[in-house]
Design a protein around this ligand. Structure first.
Ligand code: ZN
Length: 116
């Protein structure tokens, strides 16, 4: 379950950010995740809760924003976004189905924290 290790690194990053900016009360956390990062939102929410239990971060709101996949065709360089997260969707412009470059969708990062 890689959500647990993601939650642990999130907690570590948040702590570091808060110390850096002299913040003491955390309200909310926003995480952006690409569809290709294969993150299970419920599993991350659960892991985050487990990691923060009994700490000052307990009960913090975790917001998850999904980033859609964007591909660039290997033949004609058309950029497109497959609806179902299917990497082998044929290019809508020329029909090529192989070798598309992934421009977006693998991301997984802490986007924002709300704290004071
Ligand atoms: Zn194409």
């Amino acid at each position: 379950m890689h959500e647990m290790s993601i939650a642990q690194s999130l907690v570590a990053i948040i702590k570091e950010e808060m110390e850096k900016h002299g913040l003491t009360r955390l309200h909310a956390v926003r995480v952006c995740h690409g569809r290709l990062a294969a993150l299970v939102p419920d599993a991350l929410a659960f892991a985050f809760e487990a990691c923060t239990l009994g700490t000052p971060m307990q009960g913090v709101r975790l917001e998850l924003a999904e980033i859609p996949i964007v591909l660039r065709c290997s033949q004609c360089a058309q950029e497109f976004s497959p609806e179902q997260g299917d990497l082998f969707m044929p290019c809508p412009a020329c029909g090529e189905g192989l070798g598309h470059e992934v421009l977006q969708g693998k991301e997984l990062y802490l986007d924002n924290i709300e704290a004071e």
